[in-house]
Design a protein around this ligand. Structure first.
Ligand code: NI
Length: 372
């Protein structure tokens, strides 16, 4: 079983695909599910689910997409798709759910295996899959995400909010270009953007309570062509992380206020495109306890002290059914497995894959055994 799961992970690692374009991945998963004697059902363009028995009550979810990163690992199962890499461990997630499905199917224990596309890109695949009915008849759902900051052998989760609401925004400041020597004849969008970007941090530090975590990060700025030309426009792009819906709405409103206010003050125009992202991931406490209990003998359970400011569209499932999400430790300094998620040198300690799959089967059994 261990070799089988590692092999699935390695084969998937070689065919990473972007969000929403997981066609080969879907074919591969469907092939493996059919080999187990299951009848996979396609959902949407690239999603798949399969039931290991009749009327399952528990679902296990794996995400399928990879990232536009050039892999720098020198390994025999390196990515064969140039510029794409499974640098977030979704290959490992799929392999573990396949492994759990294999074991559950052999024992004739019903579970729904959900392979979900497009976790990395807003609006995400989860919402669409739910609309298409993947949770019909399901009462509970579980998901794992590998975590290279956590030692191999540990598993971490948290009752209540575990991950942040993650929004994105795109801003264009339209000023008036001109010669760098005569700034008074322009409306300098670089100067104005710099004031806006600085002031956005004032929302975090001056507008929101220090007891409500908020992150605003600008990750990209575009504008200008030469050292002595003031450009016509500047664009910048950012992400917003919050933990509560009311704080998110307040921060969103303030972002519009600050940007429009400062642009207006300096005679420029602002165009803001704000994209609401995934809601905060809120675990159901009893199901977190289940993960803790069922981890015994497989992993050391750690209750996270505070939520992660990362985002996950697993949050949508938890708005519909009970369940919980957990981080599975894959860090191994001896093997050099220390690189963060989304790094071109990200790796997974594959020793966790079998116990991870076994844990998933235990989570299903816990609720299926109780059924009459
Ligand atoms: Ni991920």
């Amino acid at each position: 079983m261990k070799d089988r799961i590692i092999n699935w992970r390695r084969e998937l690692h070689q065919i990473p695909e972007p969000s929403g374009k997981e066609f080969r991945t879907k074919e591969y998963i469907m092939g493996q599910l059919k080999n187990m004697g299951l009848s996979p059902v396609e959902v949407g363009e690239t999603g798949v689910y399969a039931d290991t028995g009749k009327n399952p009550k528990v679902a296990l979810r794996a995400d399928m997409d990879a990232l536009p990163i050039d892999e720098e690992n020198d390994i025999p199962y390196r990515s064969t798709h140039p510029g794409m890499m499974h640098a977030c461990g979704h290959d490992a997630h799929m392999a573990m759910v396949l492994g759990a499905g294999y074991m559950l199917a052999e024992e004739k224990i019903p579970a729904r295996l959900i392979f979900q596309p497009s976790e990395e890109t807003i609006p995400g695949g989860a919402k669409k899959l739910i609309e298409l009915g993947v949770l019909d008849g399901i009462e509970r759902i579980f998901g794992l995400h590998v975590d290279p900051t956590l030692e191999r052998g540990k598993i971490a989760s948290r009752k209540g909010v575990m991950m942040a609401c993650s929004d994105e925004f795109e801003v264009e400041i339209k000023g008036k270009g001109g010669h760098g020597a005569y700034p008074h004849k322009t409306r300098d969008p670089i100067f104005i953007s710099s004031l806006i970007i600085t002031s956005l941090q004032g929302i975090v530090s001056r507008n929101v309570s220090p007891f409500s975590p908020v992150v605003i990060s600008i990750g990209k700025i575009e504008g200008g062509n030469a050292f002595n030309i003031i450009p016509e426009r500047v664009k910048f792009y950012g992400t917003v992380r919050t933990l509560k819906p009311d704080v998110k709405e307040f921060v969103k409103e303030r972002i519009f206020g600050v940007i429009n206010g400062i642009a207006g003050t300096h005679g420029a125009e602002a165009r803001i495109e704000y994209r609401d992202g995934y809601p905060a991931l809120v675990n159901h406490p009893d199901e977190v306890r289940t993960i803790e209990e069922e981890s015994r003998g497989l992993f050391e359970y750690v209750e996270m002290e505070h939520p992660s400011m990362g985002g996950e569209d697993f949050s949508y499932y938890l708005e519909h059914v009970k369940g919980a999400f957990a981080f599975l430790g894959i860090r191994n300094e001896e093997k050099g497995i220390v690189y963060p998620l989304h790094s071109p040198r990200f790796e997974v300690d594959e020793e966790v894959l079998l116990p991870g799959a076994v844990l998933l089967t235990r989570l299903v059994r816990r609720y299926e055994d109780k059924k009459d």
